[in-house]
Ligand binder design. Structure first.
Ligand code: NI
Ligand code: MN
Length: 224
């Protein structure tokens, strides 16, 4: 499976299908990818904030891709002409050869033109497209991450470390210890000054707890 980080919480994975998660392309200072060059089968969204829903609806429409998100965001996207599948906590959907399951996340969320006018429930996603990926979304640390690890046995965990709006490095290291993924990759840091974080701090704290960490550069792709 190929996994590419486009900065912030945006990843493109190429497993059974090609999937973009939280496609914050426009306005993402870490992302050098051109919107027109993105070609995917599935667009997966953790929540309605602009730095996560991002260009998701436009990408789904352009690629005739299926957008997968919580019910209300899927309805909103469908209303704007995208092909969308709504799911909710603990449930999921199979799109092509990929299964996507929704997990809780502790955060807040909005989704309409004014962005914060409509609250929706933020989420994490388990994406099985050959390998199992846990994208934690924006979240605080919570002990049910142990359950998520036990239930889905993720190969790869994508964890926010930026602090301020999510877990910081110390909390994310504890999350990695609980989730027990084979590999942990930090996200949601250094995009903006308010979420400045040294990923090496996360790496050393997690590795002290026996969790392996790979730090990606924005735009870097790895085979995993
Ligand atoms: Ni958010
Ligand atoms: Mn965010």
């Amino acid at each position: 499976m190929k996994l590419k980080w486009l900065g912030h919480s945006c990843f493109i994975i190429e497993g059974n299908d090609k999937i973009i998660i939280d496609p914050f392309i426009t306005g993402n200072p870490l992302c050098s990818e051109k919107l027109d060059n993105i070609s995917v089968d599935i667009v997966a969204i953790t929540h309605g904030h602009g730095d996560h829903l991002g260009d998701g609806i436009e990408i789904a429409k352009k690629n005739d891709a299926t957008l997968v998100a919580i019910h209300e965001i899927a309805q909103y996207a469908a209303g704007k002409g995208a092909k969308a599948e709504g799911i909710n906590m603990g449930g999921g959907v199979k799109v092509k050869n990929t299964e996507i399951i929704m997990t809780p996340a502790w955060h807040s969320s909005g989704l309409d033109e004014t962005n914060f006018a409509i609250a929706t429930c933020p989420a994490g996603l388990i994406i099985n497209s050959g390998k199992v990926i846990y994208h934690a979304g924006d979240t605080a640390l919570f002990s049910d991450m142990k359950l998520i690890g036990e239930l889905y046995k993720p190969d790869i965990a994508l964890l926010p470390i930026g602090g301020r709006y999510t877990m910081d490095a110390k909390q994310a290291a504890m999350a990695a210890e609980w989730i027990k993924a084979r590999v942990n990759i930090p996200m949601h840091y250094n995009t903006f000054d308010v979420i400045k974080q040294d990923p090496n701090e996360f790496k050393s704290l997690a590795e002290e707890k026996g969790a392996e960490v790979i730090i990606l550069r924005p735009g870097e792709e790895i085979e995993i």
